[in-house]
Design a protein around this ligand. Structure first.
Ligand SMILES: *Cc1c(COP(=O)(O)O)cnc(C)c1O
Length: 463
């Protein structure tokens, strides 16, 4: 295609000086495999397919907006994580990223374990047949009813998040005549987010018990004395969308240090450490995520080195990727409704969804990519902002991206890497109907979470 030095349409100094918005990509029809699910490709006619099915057909059958999830990619990512960590470690999928009964069955079949953080997630997991011993239950304020259900169900572990919870879980387990396997969640003094980690001000948060000031050591002391608990390990989760392994290194080192102190004080070697999730994915072509085997090697090396130095047997490691498994496997398909050119300002492309199906842009200033997927176009690139249909100026799906300048109402555009924290955080704002999740695999498409209907809305509204 011909390519101009500058994108057509409005230009912005603030946007154009930033990284990948400085110039349009060489070919707007190309789909960067880093950000798209594995079976997504553009066929000779220019239409995009997933799992062998054209998105135009999917739109006709399932409507828009809708999430399309590449099941074989999801399963392949599960296997990649399980293989990378091997039989001496455990991979827990973080259900909060996206959970449905079909997903639970895939996890079960692919040999993964599951993290839940609410009664609703626990119900979904158990209903779909995940064995309770493969479930871990997290959260900073589990209710008494939730703890009771989890203990009764026999979940593999409960992650204790506070001093009060140590006593609460022990009490409930004793009442039920159980001894519950637990880990203690510690805050290691590292808070990691995209491209960086912060080594101060991290203890100021609602999660976990601080290593600093001997708090975590005191929590271990108490947990070891309570009859309702079997303390099996220490848990740490340092952030989200992390690319840099340095934060995990500090975290692993500090957790092993605590294990050493516990051994020295109590003569007990805790057999497990959980290093949490938070591994980053590519939302745009600028992101370079680590492969599971690199992560497994880096974490394994740090833990065994530190344990060897301390004379500890290497504990069983677990990790909890959510985003890194489901994030890249889905995209959201939208229909373009209006295209508004504001001369000298910006072009707004409005779609039939928005912040109700993807709150991350508004909530975290998240970055996304977008592509025209119902046809190919060789028109000049134009810089646009993709926005939703909600009554809120902050209702932005993709802040800045290039789309072809012949984009018109009725075109289908897709935002990749929306598998994590989009459907799971979806809302009914403006009485929007939450979109369906459609699993696509080998030429077949199947609804795994159906679209909400107006009857669903009215059913909750009891007048
Ligand atoms: C959110 C969360 C995860 C998953 O985080 P991702 O960024 O999706 O990998 C794992 N463990 C805990 C304790 C969490 O809170």
């Amino acid at each position: 295609m011909s390519r101009s030095a500058h994108p057509a349409g409005p230009r912005h100094a603030d946007v154009l000086t930033e990284g990948h918005y400085a110039a349009p990509p060489a070919d707007l029809n190309a789909l960067d495999e880093k950000v798209w699910a594995r079976t997504v490709s553009r066929d000779d006619d220019g239409a995009v397919t997933v799992g062998g099915i054209e998105v135009t057909r999917l739109a006709e059958e399932f409507g828009t907006p809708a999430y399309f999830l590449d099941e074989s990619d999801f399963r392949a990512r599960c296997r990649a994580w399980a293989d990378a960590f091997g039989p001496d470690a455990d991979v827990f999928y973080a259900g909060k990223a996206f959970l449905s009964r079909a997903v639970v069955r895939w996890l079960k079949e692919e040999g993964l374990n599951l993290d839940v953080c609410s009664g609703g997630e626990l119900t979904t997991a158990l209903d779909a047949g995940m064995p309770a011993e493969r479930i871990a239950f997290h959260g900073n304020n589990k209710t008494v009813a939730e703890i009771e259900r989890a203990v009764r169900a026999g979940v593999g572990r409960i992650v204790l998040d506070s001093f009060q919870e140590i006593v609460r879980v022990s009490h409930i387990a004793q009442q039920l005549g159980r001894r519950q396997r637990v880990q203690i969640r510690v805050t290691v003094g590292v808070e990691a987010h995209t491209h960086e980690f912060i080594a101060t001000a991290h203890e100021d948060q609602k999660f976990g018990i601080a290593l600093a000031g001997g708090q975590a050591a005191e929590a271990v002391r108490r947990a070891l004395t309570l009859d309702g608990l079997e303390l099996v390990g220490i848990h740490s989760h340092i952030g989200s969308q992390i690319f840099d392994m340095a934060g995990f290194e500090v975290s692993a080192r500090r957790v092993v240090q605590l294990l050493t102190e516990v051994r020295d004080e109590h003569g007990v070697e805790l057999p497990e450490i959980d290093l949490g999730g938070g591994l980053g994915i590519a939302y745009t072509s600028d992101d370079d995520p680590r492969e599971p085997h690199e992560i497994a090697k880096a974490l394994g090396d740090i833990v065994s080195r530190e344990c060897e130095a301390a004379g500890l047997a290497t504990p069983r490691i677990s990790v909890e990727p959510g985003r890194a498994i489901v994030g890249p496997t889905a995209f959201t398909l939208y229909e373009v409704g209006t295209v508004k050119h504001l001369e000298g300002l910006r072009t707004y492309v409005s779609v039939d969804g928005g912040m109700s199906d993807n709150i991350r842009t508004a909530l975290y200033d998240a970055e996304y990519s977008v592509a025209l997927v119902s046809r190919r176009s060789d028109a000049e690139p134009m810089l646009v902002r993709v926005v939703g249909k909600h009554c809120e100026s902050g209702d932005i799906v993709v802040k800045d991206a290039f789309l072809p300048s012949d984009l018109a109402p009725g075109d289908l555009i897709a935002v990749p890497a929306t598998g994590a924290y989009c459907r799971s955080m979806a809302s009914n704002y403006n009485h929007a109907l939450r979109p369906p999740v459609v699993a696509v695999r080998d030429g077949e498409a199947r609804v795994i979470v159906r679209r909400e209907t107006e009857e669903d809305l009215l059913r909750l509204d009891v007048g």
